[in-house]
Ligand binder design. Structure first.
Ligand SMILES: [Cu+2]
Length: 140
């Protein structure tokens, strides 16, 4: 009996959390793009990646102002982060929660894909998601 009550309480909390993470609407016309490197570029192992955004403002993750968000760089990510949940934080999902608009990433020789996913202060992607084109670079 007690465990049923406990499970019920956990489900209620989980439901409340899921509702809290409903994706925010992306401003109409907003777009995100990789300024450099160019798609198909051959680069050294320390890659300067410059992030571009239009129609939505960059802000630190501590800033919940509507119409703002921060960049996430997806490195060799095949499956996009799911809607309604924070983007994972690991070596393949880099967060720029201070509002950075570029980074130098160290990559191993070979082909790699780069893609930006611009998300809100909760690290949750917008609806529709603000994804850059996915580019392929060749690392020497
Ligand atoms: Cu983030």
């Amino acid at each position: 009996m007690r465990s049923i009550v406990l499970v019920g309480a956990i489900l209620l909390v989980a439901q409340a959390m899921a509702e809290d993470l409903a994706p925010l609407k992306a401003p109409h016309g907003a777009r995100v793009y990789i300024v450099s490197p160019a798609n198909g570029a051959t680069v050294g192992q320390d890659v300067h990646v410059v992030f571009g955004v239009e129609g939505i403002a960059v802000a630190p993750a501590t800033d919940a102002t509507a119409g703002t968000g921060h960049h996430h760089l997806l490195i060799d990510v095949a499956d996009l982060p799911s809607a309604g949940a924070p983007i994972p934080a690991d070596a393949q999902h880099k967060h720029y929660g201070k509002g950075q608009t570029d980074d130098i990433v160290h990559l191993t020789p070979g082909d790699h894909t780069l893609q930006l996913d611009f998300a809100d202060y909760r690290h949750v992607p917008f609806d529709p998601p603000l994804l850059s084109k996915k580019i392929v670079i060749h690392v020497k």
